[in-house]
Design a binder for this molecule. Structure first.
Ligand code: CP3
Length: 323
């Protein structure tokens, strides 16, 4: 490997592949009890930094804290399941108050992190969070959500705009608490037909980005829109984000022409497999981007079955060019 060493972090790097996470998780019967405990959530955020020395930390939380704060029941115990849509609209202050422990996690984490390791704050994009809120489950690929949305129901539009508004405030608060970059996760972008992308994907994310940029012009925003990039070249440019995080199906030779910071895109299954294939695939990613602004990451979240030694060898390979 030649050229500069790219910074590296992995989506879902604080999670179930780590024995120290599984140990911590045992003391909480509910996932959200851990997420809403600032001392513990901050320790979990730091676990992958302490073990591997990634170049950035990502806040330990979840995109579904927003529906919860809006008053919807969210249950992780037997696969994700959300209750009926909230009947009563809470005011912004009440919603943000419920999210206060998360801002405290950000503060605690930032004061514990080395100055050279930024904390990335995050939220789900309105579309992806809407999918969970309307559908209640992802098991059927959000069949119910898609029915509601593409029948032009005003309900979907109303919730989309509520999400756009509250997500802007939520991310602003994370930045105030110390987050030095933001990632917006649009994991279910692939469900939106091409002709509808403006309304459901581009506009809501653009509004959030301009809200952040007005107040914090130097905070970089990364946009992860799984399954949507290759459909429209201008798609990501038009959201005005600083960087795009691309999934494993994206051809980096094509995407580099966008002339933006690129993050990605190793297939998480390759990291599980390890061995020679891991290094070959890593080289295939690094080579086309040698002269571009680039952050090494996975194309989707790290899988719980990932061997720890494969993560170590990936980092060694990236940083020293050999194992
Ligand atoms: O390390 C990190 O990246 C930070 C933490 C993080 C979690 N979720 C922790 C988590 C982040 C950034 C997320 C984002 C998230 N959550 C997304 C977008 C990114 C992606 O992976 O597509 C989505 C779609 C969710 C929703 C979600 N959260 C689901 C569908 C599930 C259940 C399935 C699963 O992966 O477990 C979760 C639970 C969840 N979020 C766990 C963790 C560590 C596992 C819960 C547990 O430990 O019991």
């Amino acid at each position: 490997m030649t050229g500069t060493i790219p910074p590296v972090w992995l989506m879902r790097q604080a999670g179930r592949y780590l024995p120290e996470y599984r140990e911590k998780r045992k003391s909480f019967s509910k996932f959200f009890d851990l997420v809403f405990s600032p001392k513990d959530a901050s320790q979990v955020t730091l676990q992958p930094i302490n073990r591997f020395g990634f170049d950035a930390a990502i806040l330990f939380s979840d995109i579904l804290v927003i529906p919860y704060a809006l008053g919807q029941e969210v249950d992780f115990e037997n696969g994700v399941r959300l209750g009926p849509l909230p009947k009563k609209k809470l005011n912004d202050k009440a919603v943000l108050e419920k999210l206060c422990p998360i801002f405290e996690t950000v503060e605690r984490t930032c004061s514990a992190l080395p100055q050279t390791t930024p904390l990335i704050g995050f939220a789900g994009a309105p579309w992806t969070v809407l999918c969970y809120m309307l559908g209640g489950t992802s098991r059927d690929h959000f069949a119910k959500t898609r029915k509601i949305v593409f029948e032009n129901s005003p309900l979907a539009e109303q919730w989309l705009s509520i999400l756009e508004h509250i997500t802007s405030l939520y991310l602003e608060k994370q930045i105030q608490a110390g987050a030095r970059a933001i990632q917006i996760f649009d994991t279910w972008a692939c469900l939106v037909p091409l002709g509808e992308q403006n309304k459901w994907l581009i506009e809501p994310v653009s509004k959030i980005v301009s809200h952040i940029k007005k107040k914090y012009p130097t905070i970089p925003v990364i946009f992860y829109a799984k399954g949507a990039h290759h459909t429209k070249k201008t798609f990501l440019k038009s959201t005005q984000t600083d960087a795009i995080s691309v999934d494993s199906k994206v051809d980096l030779n094509k995407i580099k022409k966008l002339n933006m910071v690129i993050q990605g895109n190793l297939d998480p299954k390759i990291l599980v497999a390890g061995g020679k294939k891991l290094f070959e695939e890593t080289e295939k990613i690094i080579k086309p981007l040698k002269n571009s602004s680039f952050i090494f990451n996975l194309g989707h979240g790290i899988l719980p079955e990932t061997p720890l030694e494969n993560v170590s060898s990936l980092l060694m390979h990236l940083r020293q060019g050999h194992v």
